[in-house]
Design a protein around this ligand. Structure first.
Ligand code: ADP
Ligand code: MG
Length: 298
């Protein structure tokens, strides 16, 4: 392609909300034959909502959520925001509700949070966190988690003073059109893979809904990047699509990093291409544009 063709291609991208950071990014995109997608906020809407609460001990729902929200208030995680939002509704005074004070707050990345609220030790997070903290996992918990995960929801456990007291089901639906994007990519001979920090059960359910066969769950940020490198080592030209801080290493490692426009600044900086409208369809727009600019056919 001539420099003029590259300029034209980049210009067309920009006019469609696909920000291509330079000629190299535009060129690399036409060779892509494998895309690694982050789940939360990339394939899914990224605005999780609490859809169900199961209390395992007798306790007022309002009191339960006071403790949980006080702990999660201090976390930036989308799940924490969903929990606090829901707690506001339960408290029935959404305006300026003051949560109890949380002391010794600790955020355990990839697992959840821990804090002291009203002199009780509150732990909110996934099953691994509960097990790591040597808290007994309730017998019927396993079944409840399995049911939640089969519905493509994330199950979050709440331990109060070292006893699992509640299980929350949190739903984050697929973006509209996500399934179609994966299916069009397949026709374009591009393989799709999903990586997520979420648990295997939920990840597999979401993958099935969207039509992705290869899944890596419970992945830490460096494992996302490792997966990209592993695919490159086996000969794939890899694009990574993500929105979070934890996707940044993988966005950098990929042949083409694509950030969701609504994502975090760190992801946007790490990427080669930014999908300004946050539409998954624009993954196809970017590859198409590159193919049209750089291949003789088409
Ligand atoms: P991702 O953003 O890809 O879901 P994370 O590594 O951020 O991955 O989180 C992985 C998992 O850790 C979440 O799915 C959840 O189970 C748990 N987790 C993380 N932060 C929190 C939190 N603040 N409250 C409850 N659970 C959390
Ligand atoms: Mg994400």
């Amino acid at each position: 392609a001539t420099p003029t063709a590259v300029m034209v291609g980049t210009g067309i991208g920009a006019s469609q909300g696909v920000l291509i950071k330079g000629g190299q990014a535009l060129e690399s995109a036409h060779k892509v034959n494998c895309i690694v997608f982050d789940k939360t906020g990339t394939l899914t809407v990224g605005k999780p909502v609490v859809v169900k609460t199961t209390l395992l001990k007798s306790m007022a729902l309002r009191d339960f959520y006071e403790l949980v929200a006080a702990a999660e208030m201090n976390s930036e995680h989308p799940l924490a925001k969903a929990i606090v939002e829901y707690a506001k509704k339960i408290s029935e005074d959404e305006e300026g509700h003051v949560w109890p004070e949380a002391r010794d707050f600790e955020s355990i990345t990839g697992y959840g949070v821990k804090a002291l609220v009203r002199n009780k030790e509150i732990i909110v997070g996934n099953k691994s966190l509960i097990l790591n903290q040597n808290i007994a996992f309730p017998v019927d918990g396993e079944l409840m988690l399995a049911e939640t995960e089969a519905m493509a929801q994330t199950g979050i456990l709440v331990s109060i003073d070292r006893e699992v007291t509640g299980i929350l089901a949190i739903s984050d639906p697929l973006k509209p059109g996500a399934r179609e994007v994966i299916s069009v990519l397949k026709c374009m001979k591009v393989r799709s893979i999903m990586v997520t920090g979420d648990n295997w059960g939920t990840a597999n359910s979401i993958a099935k809904e969207v039509g992705i066969e290869t899944v890596i769950a419970e992945a830490k940020p460096d494992q996302k990047a490792e997966k990209v490198k592993e695919l490159q080592a086996t000969g794939f030209k890899v694009a990574m699509v993500g929105d979070g801080i934890n996707d940044s290493p993988a966005l950098v490692a990929a042949d083409v990093g694509m950030a969701i426009g609504a994502g975090t600044d760190i992801a946007i900086e790490a990427a080669d291409i930014v999908l300004m409208k946050s539409n998954l369809e624009d993954v196809i727009t970017a590859i198409d544009l590159s193919r049209k600019t750089f291949s003789r056919i088409g």
